[in-house]
Design a protein around this ligand. Structure first.
Ligand code: NDP
Length: 627
């Protein structure tokens, strides 16, 4: 994934193969488009769910709060979060023989992302067979190549039942604080329901993008129309359900603000049912072919033990740049979808390039080549827009002008086609976004657009502190986590830190690896944490605490990594977005995923497994129970 390119190398067609476009012109166009989107206020252009938007953080799916007494009991493990992270943690602990657990979840059921996001058309664009958790353990075959939200919620419930987690969960409960008690070697976890529960170990699995965010625009209090966030879809207003049939929109002029991965799914559904739909676009997404289809029981060979891990690793090896020691990209592409096809273009194997060049390419040449290949991939994306969207001006406005990986790649079979409908209008804001609300609508480029209803598909807070994300402070050995990490996150393996014994974090935290298949990462992490807690239980360890020397080594490897520096430079020449802190990141640590384990996901997973197999809990200080 190169950033700057050496024009001489770029035009060496022995390296790149024939080029039928003008790389310099594309580069200039990308810079021009980026520059018009950079805002001095950076991330401060957004606000969270407060004031007029207070209801964006409420729970439309479980409006009645179920009464229960406050608890003060003790468990071996408390898990914060009942999404896929918390569920996997529960299941993997179960497999490690630790069943005395308590889960605390703010929502009214399991599911996390898939509990909240029930907008029409909601689905996951990672193949269901590698995304859905524990398919092998449950013997469950997904219904579609890309699972719809209701099936993802259903599998969450199935895991909850299968592993007995419904008996252990406190729903509709927010943690208000967690404190380590040195004398008892216990975590005390307090909640907004008056609970004061304790545990030997505490695992935080609170996701990474769960707090709705909105552009901080003037006039918001004036708007008299209906307004809601994509993650709190108001079916009472629209009618219908996630499959559509939104009869309440038949006489409505609806606006969708935002054109990210969520909007790509919402727009085709609303287009079917609304009298009129206006899509307010700031930056177009890439829209690749998804190829949705039903999947029979033999879609994947689910009889082979270890099939899901093998399929996940096969996918991962096809969607990463460069080679990873120990992982040669297998010839067979098991998932063979838009993701892997894109990487066929983007990440040519060195052996293929060497054949063209007649010698081994240098690292610099490979970086330059990746830029040329990115232009090729994006030319295909832009050609698809032109081939699909009939109105030439609309097609032109829907073309994305940045490197493919600058924004989360999007996929849909019907999104572009929606703009051929008479009731759908693209309002291109030329990178400036919606300017303000009025009593009856919104303003773009000085023109007011009247609307009955506004759907804010404007994403979720990101690049925020861990304690802001989770909504509570953690107090370890005489230090708060927010102070402990004030000068930078410090972890061992991305999952624990010093001065916070018996505490683990799983999810898209910094200093782990970043995989497009987030559930793969969660599962590997859950297995690592379950291994440690299982060992601690078997060996009768009072505390397990990451040692500061081991943390220093882990952090140093990440902070000084040339790969992370290259990643940072790549993102800083990108169009702004949450990946690069709206263009204001100062170091790799400020990127959405923070500094990462430089070897990439497969090497990270292998490292965790080797570490577990070695068996000594190396890097942790272990304090045995007094006998
Ligand atoms: P995003 O943050 O990705 O998108 C927000 C959108 O709002 C962007 O198009 C942004 O434009 C736009 N926007 C922000 N401010 C304004 C403004 N003032 N006027 C007009 N538009 C504005 O949020 P999503 O909800 O789409 O996605 C959230 C996360 O969920 C992402 O990580 C995404 O990948 C993930 N997701 C994953 C799915 C999956 O299948 N796995 C499905 C759906 C979501 P700009 O680009 O210019 O900032």
């Amino acid at each position: 994934m190169g950033g700057d390119t050496n024009e001489d190398t770029m035009l060496n067609e022995k390296l790149t193969g024939p080029i039928d476009f003008d790389p310099a012109a594309l580069r200039a166009k990308y810079e021009e488009e980026r520059d018009k989107r950079i805002r001095p206020e950076g991330k401060a252009q957004f606000v969270g769910a407060s004031g007029r938007f207070e209801h964006f953080s409420s729970d439309p799916w479980s409006e009645t709060v179920v009464a229960r007494p406050a608890l003060d009991d003790h468990s071996s493990v408390i898990i914060a979060g009942g999404g896929f992270g918390g569920l996997l943690m529960g299941a993997r602990l179960n497999a490690a023989g630790v069943t005395d657990i308590r889960i605390i979840e703010i929502g009214g059921d399991f599911g996390g992302t898939w509990y909240w996001n029930r907008y029409p058309g909601a689905m996951c664009d990672i193949e269901a067979h590698i995304y859905m958790p524990l398919l092998e353990e449950l013997g469950y075959a997904p219904k579609h190549r890309y699972a719809y939200a209701d099936e993802l919620l259903e599998i969450s419930q199935r895991i909850g039942k299968e592993y007995g987690l419904y008996d252990k969960v406190l729903f509709q409960t927010s943690i208000t604080g967690a404190k380590w008690n040195e004398d008892d070697a216990r975590w005390l976890v307090e909640t907004d329901r008056g609970d004061a529960v304790t545990a030997d170990h505490f695992v935080v699995a609170c996701g990474r993008q769960s707090l709705p965010k909105l552009p901080n625009l003037p006039g918001v209090d004036e708007f008299e129309g209906h307004i809601f966030h994509s993650s709190r879809w108001d079916y009472a207003y629209t009618g219908g359900d996630s499959a559509g049939n939104m009869t309440g929109l038949a006489d409505k002029r609806v606006g969708v603000v935002g054109t990210g991965a969520t909007a790509l799914q919402i727009v085709p559904a609303v287009a079917q049912d609304a009298k009129e739909l206006l899509v307010f676009q700031r930056t177009p997404s890439t829209v690749g072919v998804r190829g949705q289809q039903e999947t029979g029981p033999d879609w994947a060979d689910m009889t082979k033990p270890g099939w899901q891990r093998e399929r996940r690793e096969n996918f991962q090896s096809h969607v990463q740049f460069g080679s990873v020691s120990g992982f040669v990209r297998p010839e067979k592409d098991l998932v063979a979808d838009g993701w892997t096809a894109a990487f066929e273009i983007l990440a040519e194997p060195e052996s293929v390039v060497a054949e063209r060049l007649g010698r081994a390419p240098t690292a610099e040449e490979m970086a330059d080549l990746s830029v040329i290949n990115d232009y090729r991939a994006m030319n295909e994306i832009r050609a698809r827009v032109e081939d699909t969207v009939k109105d030439p001006a609309t097609a032109e406005a829907l073309k994305p002008w940045y490197q493919w990986w600058c924004k989360r790649p999007g996929w849909h079979d019907d999104y572009l086609e929606s703009f051929n409908r008479e009731n759908v209008t693209l309002v291109d804001t030329h990178g400036q976004g919606v300017e303000r609300f009025t009593r009856t609508g919104v303003v773009v480029g000085g023109t007011e657009y009247e609307l009955d209803c506004l759907v804010m598909a404007t994403g979720f807070e990101s690049g925020i502190s861990f304690t802001h994300l989770t909504g509570f402070e953690l107090e370890g050995r005489d230090v708060k986590l927010s102070d402990h990490w004030a000068n930078g996150v410090r972890t061992l393996h991305g999952m624990s830190t010093d001065r916070f014994p018996n505490l683990f974090f799983i999810g898209g935290n910094p200093q782990t690896a970043s995989s497009v298949n987030a559930v793969h990462l969660l599962d590997e992490q859950a297995q690592y944490v379950a291994h440690i807690i299982g060992e601690a239980t078997t060996r009768g360890l009072r505390t397990v605490e990451a040692h500061h020397d081991a943390i220093d080594a882990w952090v140093d490897n990440i902070v000084t990594s040339p790969k992370n520096q290259a990643m940072f430079e790549f993102y800083m020449q990108c169009t702004p977005g949450y990946y690069n802190a709206e263009g204001t990141a100062k170091t790799a640590a400020d990127l959405f995923t923070g500094g990462r384990y430089p070897g990439g996901p497969l090497a990270y997973y292998a490292l965790l497994r080797d570490w577990e197999a070695e068996g000594s809990l190396d890097g942790y200080s272990l304090d045995a129970e007094p006998s």
